[in-house]
Design a protein around this ligand. Sequence first.
Ligand code: PEP
Ligand code: MN
Length: 340
Amino acid sequence: MIVILKKDATDAQTQDFVRQWKDRGYGVHISRGEEMTVLGLLGDTTKLDTETVAANPIVESVKRVTAPYKMAGRAFHPDDSVITVGEGSGAVTFGDGLVPVIAGPCSVESEEQVVEIAKAVKKSGARLLRGGAFKPRTSPYSFQGLGAEGLEFLVTAKKETGLPVVTELMDLRQLKYFDDVDLIQIGARNMQNFDLLKEMGKVKKPILLKRGMAATVKEFLMSAEYIMASGNENVILCERGIRTFDTYTRNCLDVSIVPYLKKVSHLPIIIDPSHACGLRWMVPTLAKSAVAVGCDGLIIEVHNDPEKALCDGEQSLHPTEFDELMQVLPKIAAIDGRKM
Ligand code: PEP
Ligand code: MN
């Protein structure tokens, strides 16, 4: 249930009102926007009638929410969420009209490799570095990532370039290595690992939640809801392509999810064109379409020697191709008055 407060409601009145509902066993989510304060009453509100809630003089109006994703939905939180990743001068924001680009290899393969790529993508304008250390591979015989050592190399690249870093967490036992990671990726294959999502609600870092390859938008938002309801509201969504009947690309990039999510959710949505198509030559075109459709950022695989990459080389851009793309993207962003 959504409760919109009157503009002149004081902090003390608001706190008092919130306490009353908490005492009655409801969770209360507070969203203070520029225009209004919106409270979300969480829990079983089916037996609660709206008039009872509206009876308090500080209440402007009360509405029932039908969407099951209450915290991720726009109804509870009308303003766009702005998620900050990283600290100090390297901090990057998602959701405030900028279009930050995350770039780097699928997998960290060595210190030299990740440092070289980090320097190149930074020069081209990337704002964050990606690199997998714990890799979810289809085959148990494929390269599984360098694990904790890979994270050390990633952190070295962070120190050398100042770029905040994002990397995938597959299992809670890996979290002890993530102290210097700025953004934790929960990959497509774990989007509905509900126990892991609940644990991500307890960490003090933002989460990059990738859409499962066969997940509906509702399921995607319910997974974000798991993290948020468990205490962490800093969630960035990522569309990375879904499975369809066709196989001419690795997955099918669902660009229409961007305007749809903008309508129903306040969370930033970024696009991964690399895993969406799986084809290097197509990545720049999809990246341009992603910016045109209004995404809040991009995550792109870049490798210094893609032909020899241990993972996803066929979809990784050469640093020169990435650089060319980065010259064009700001022009597309500028059509909507946005900056890279
Ligand atoms: C990745 O980012 O390298 C990755 C494995 O992504 P996804 O979970 O989207 O497949
Ligand atoms: Mn990959």
